[in-house]
Design a protein around this ligand. Structure first.
Ligand code: PHE
Length: 443
């Protein structure tokens, strides 16, 4: 029906390409980088990378590059990023650095040995021997330090070949934080105390933090550091993280968080923080005191710093109650529509069953029209089985000046397949009700 009308009026009509927020609305994501892969080269957004024996990046992974979920204001990953940025409100932020980095940035700058296992082809996505998709936001630590900021956050997508399950995905998002102080111990210690006194590091009753890590030979302080400088910087790190966790999880009942010893080539001592979710400990962050050699590379010889790298998906899964990491990549509007910028809301699972789509079009008795009244009526008649109502055509006849609308209704059940026959019955009832209520002329 719609098709014939379109051809009849195509020359005179003006089709307003609007999608009105009615029962549902459309969202647009960044579509990501443009790329082509040939036998010898990979081209991403106009830049060419020569393939070699290291190349192992797949088109599926490339299609996820630069989708920038962390910058889509309504996306849970972005909501978490912004909440963290607002907690560390005086930090400089970097959130649009390209994920295509050199192996020097990803490994060498961070003192990761040439033969270290984390460089394995089987764990990373290489464009070629010297270029890769970053495996962590730490790849930009040095860049951040060179920017001159003494407190900064870097967020972005990171890529790793990994196991497949509900909490692992080859692309995820990280947020890196780096803070450094003058090596003068007193100043540093004072800073920690000041922060505590400012009340930024208040306790939240519902969050139980277990930390029995101490600085010991197995997880040592660095040779060039002294106890007097390391203890305050470690305390500052721990307070910064714990207060952030407490703030993020303020409304979560009975959250358990624990600190455990860890190893990273670019920090010492190093720790990991885990959060208990559905009975399992999930690693959400790695951190530690920045290796002085790294600080020295940035010319920060007389400074001492700490760094942390947070996994945003894991935090979002716990906070929003999102059961599967793949949902973050869902193009289904029913995912993104649930969320509001700046707010943590529990995710409502949606149906996996296919929709049944019906259009209704009618001439209005006069030109004014209240869309909300129409949606209300549709909901009344059809019930919860109607998932989305969208205006797809709004046309005023050039001769008669009569206005015609066409709405597309999407019907779907949460727990079963709906049949076309049963939806036809509902649609007929909707048509009758709309005709009666609004005195429209059905088409
Ligand atoms: N980059 C580390 C990772 O991805 C986390 C980390 C960041 C550790 C900063 C220490 C300091 O696992």
């Amino acid at each position: 029906m719609l098709a014939t009308r379109l051809t009849t009026f195509i020359s005179t009509r003006t089709i307003r390409k609007t999608t009105l927020r009615c029962i549902g609305s459309k969202v647009s994501y960044s579509t990501g980088s443009e790329f082509t892969v040939t036998d010898n080269e990979i081209n991403i957004d106009g830049k060419t990378y020569k393939k070699d024996k290291w190349t192992n990046v797949s088109p599926t992974t490339l299609s996820r590059v630069n989708r920038k979920l962390h910058l889509h204001p309504q996306h849970p990953i972005s909501i978490i990023r912004q909440l963290i940025e607002s907690h560390f409100h005086d930090f400089k932020t970097f959130h649009d650095i390209s994920p295509i980095v050199t192996t020097k940035q990803n490994f060498d700058d961070l003192l990761i040995a040439k033969d270290h296992v984390t460089r394995n082809r089987s764990d990373n996505y290489y464009l070629n021997e010297t270029t890769m998709l970053r495996a962590h936001t730490s790849a930009h630590q040095l860049q951040g330090m060179l920017s001159g900021a003494n407190k900064f956050l870097i967020s972005g997508d990171v890529f790793r070949r990994d196991e497949i399950d509900a909490s692992h995905y080859p692309v995820f998002h990280q947020m890196e934080g780096v803070v450094y102080f003058d090596r003068d111990q007193i100043k540093t210690a004072e800073q920690v105390t000041k922060d505590i006194e400012m009340g930024r590091l208040k306790e939240a009753e519902n969050v139980k933090v277990v930390d029995d890590t101490i600085i010991k030979p197995e997880n040592p302080m660095q040779e060039s550091h002294t106890q007097e400088t390391v203890e305050p910087i470690a305390a500052h790190l721990k307070y910064s993280i714990n207060s952030m966790v407490r703030k993020l999880f303020a409304d979560e009942p009975d959250l358990e968080v624990r600190w455990i010893d860890a190893y990273f080539p670019f920090t010492s001592p190093s720790w990991e923080v885990e959060i208990k979710y559905k009975g399992e400990w999930l690693e959400v962050l790695g951190c530690g005191v920045v290796r002085q050699e790294l600080m020295d590379q940035a010319g920060l010889h007389d400074k001492i710093g700490h760094a942390f790298g947070l996994g945003l998906e894991r935090l979002a899964m716990v906070l929003f109650g999102i059961p599967d990491i793949r949902l973050f990549w869902s193009q289904d509007e029913r995912f993104i529509q649930q969320f509001t910028p700046g707010q943590i809301q529990k995710f409502q699972p949606f149906s996996k069953y296919p929709p049944c789509i019906k259009d209704i079009s009618f001439w209005l008795p006069n030109k004014s029209w209240e869309e909300n009244d129409f949606c209300e009526l549709v909901r009344d008649v059809a019930g919860d089985i109607v998932e989305n109502v969208e205006l797809i055509d709004d046309f005023t006849h050039p001769k008669t000046d009569k206005r015609s609308l066409c709405y597309r209704m999407l019907y779907r059940s949460m727990d079963r397949n709906v049949t076309n026959d049963e939806i036809n019955v509902i649609q007929e009832r909707v048509r009758e009700a709309v005709e009666k209520e609004f005195a429209v002329e059905l088409r």
